[in-house]
Write a protein of this length. Structure first.
Length: 145
């Protein structure tokens, strides 16, 4: 097994992200120039140092308490960190024919509001696509474009 081909990640993509087209039944990485009119999201890796730092920064005020951090607080911290460091941008997102501009507040809404649970699941799936950050993935991304 070639360890480089199997495990090496593109460090630039970890924090800079990879564009993924979101379609009704599938999601896949593409080059930004190939998005066109399709719905797409720019997603960084949850292995990114900036994500871990954002979590740590938000958890610090809770670290000195003797009680464990409540699940709701942990969830909010996680969603805020994802909005800040993982979901970086999007293209062609619409609701009822109206374009929805990217914002961290909108990311948090989509990740936390019950009516968006299916969108949250899709976004979590895209965030979990660890192969998209593999150094060898570039050829596949160009092929999907």
């Amino acid at each position: 097994m070639d360890l480089f081909r199997t495990f090496a990640v593109d460090e630039k993509k970890l924090s800079g992200g990879v564009w993924h087209v979101i379609e009704p039944t599938t999601d896949y990485p593409v080059e930004e120039s190939a998005i066109g009119e399709r719905c797409a999201v720019l997603v960084a890796s949850m292995d990114s140092p900036t994500y871990r730092q954002a979590i740590e920064r938000r958890m610090k005020p809770h670290a000195f308490r003797r009680a464990p951090v409540e699940a709701a607080v942990r969830d909010r911290i996680t969603m805020e960190a994802i909005a800040e460091t993982i979901i970086l941008d999007w293209r062609n997102w619409e609701i009822g024919g109206e374009t929805i501009p990217y914002s961290q507040a909108k990311v948090i809404e989509f990740l936390t509001q019950p009516k968006w649970v299916r969108l949250r699941e899709r976004l979590m799936g895209v965030m979990g696509d660890v192969d998209a950050f593999n150094v060898q993935q570039e050829a596949d991304i160009v092929k999907n474009s």
